[in-house]
Every structure is written in C-alpha cells, then in structure tokens.
Design a protein around this ligand. Sequence first.
Ligand code: ZN
Length: 249
Amino acid sequence: MFGKPNFDALAFGAHPDDVEICCGGTLAKLADSGYKTAIVTLTSAELGTRGDSETRGREFAEAARILGTSYHKMLDIPDGGVSCAEAYRLKVVREIRELRPRIIFSHHWESRHPDHHHACRLVQEAVFFAGLPRIDTGQEPWRPYKLIFYFNRFETEPDFVVDISATFERKMQAVRAYRSQFHGEDMDKYGDRETAISHPGFLDHIEVRGRQYGIYIGKQYAEPFVVREALEIEDPVALFGPSSYYSVP
Ligand SMILES: [Zn+2]
C-alpha cells in the first residue's frame, strides 16, 4: 500500500535541543552508519528564558550539522502551546509524508515540560493519520515502521538502549552548540537569568545519564528508548552476540 521510504530516521522534538539531549548520540551513530537522518522541532522555543528564536535557529542548524543529519526544520507551532489541534496535527503529518521515515523518535509521554507531554501525543496521532489516504495534504500517505520514545528525566524502564560510546563526544558538542542555553564561556551574552539547564551541572547530568544507561549494557555511554508495542524479533540467535550478556565483575 505504501511506497518506499525516503529517510531512515526522523526525530521530533518540541524545542530545539530536546533531540540532541535525548537521542543525539543515536542519531550521530545512525548517520555514521550511512543512514539518512532528520530532525524536526515543533516550535522555535520562543518562550525560552535565554536567547531568542533566531539564535536558537542558528544553534539548531549547527547541532544538526554536528550530528550529520541530512535535513532539519523548525515548525511554527507556538512554544508553550503544543497540542493535538487539527492544524498542528496536519503540520506534523505533512512532515512525515514529505520525509517518509522508516522510524520516528519522539518524546516519552511522561515529561516535566507540558509541551513534551503534548508533543508525544501529537506525534503519535500524526503517525497514525499520516497513513490514512483520506487525510488530504496533497501528498502520498506514509506509515512509519516504528515510533520510538526517548526520555531523560523521569525514571522509566527502557525497552532497549543504544550504545553511543563512539558518538557521545559529538552528542555533547551538538548540545553545547546551544550556547544560549547551556553553561559556557560566552553565555552572559544571552541573558543573566539562570535556568534549570543553564547551570554548569546540567551538562554533567547528561553525562551521568549516558553513563548510567551504558552500565546497563557494559558500555561507556548509551541512550534509552521505549516502544509501545511488543518488539518482534525475527531471529534471536542472530540478534544476541557475546556482548549481549553483561555482568558486573
Ligand atoms: Zn523541550
């Protein structure tokens, strides 16, 4: 019923920097493997305490370049106003049909920022509606093969983790590209109010989380993911190699 995919992986984030923090290492790893990746943000983060949309747009472009993505775009859904309104759903449906990704990454449903919570639902609905031929956007319908949720704050049992030891440094470079948001040398340029993510410890948190999930699989760094449906495995023998079993000595 559906044609061929165009992109391999598309990551949605409510705001520029969400994707980099939560699955930047995985996106860089996929790009290194020759996969075509994309990042789309729902908003331009105009409510952000530090910096402005224009600055954030430049930082986003730099981060996307560092992660080796082939496409990046900011949608114009209002920051702080992400919802499943039909107009917003259609914007996301259009992106999905344009990019025709095999897999999609998006926010987990439990998150501190209300936009993240709504983004989870919005992307989930858009993935469904993108596959319905009678939702008319003038494009061919497309149904991604899997919707995968990322998270970084609340405790959630991951369904799988991805080893990002080889790309962790690039992930952090992409995060630090948001110079208006995170602690760095010239951050005074972007305002004097400290936020939950502008204090120096926040970058350490990202590293600690990476190490924590790395421990799960005996690797240096990893990123955790959740899926809603059971994971079908065609060939468990081929999937599991000697490194699948890890026990702390
Ligand atoms: Zn966010």
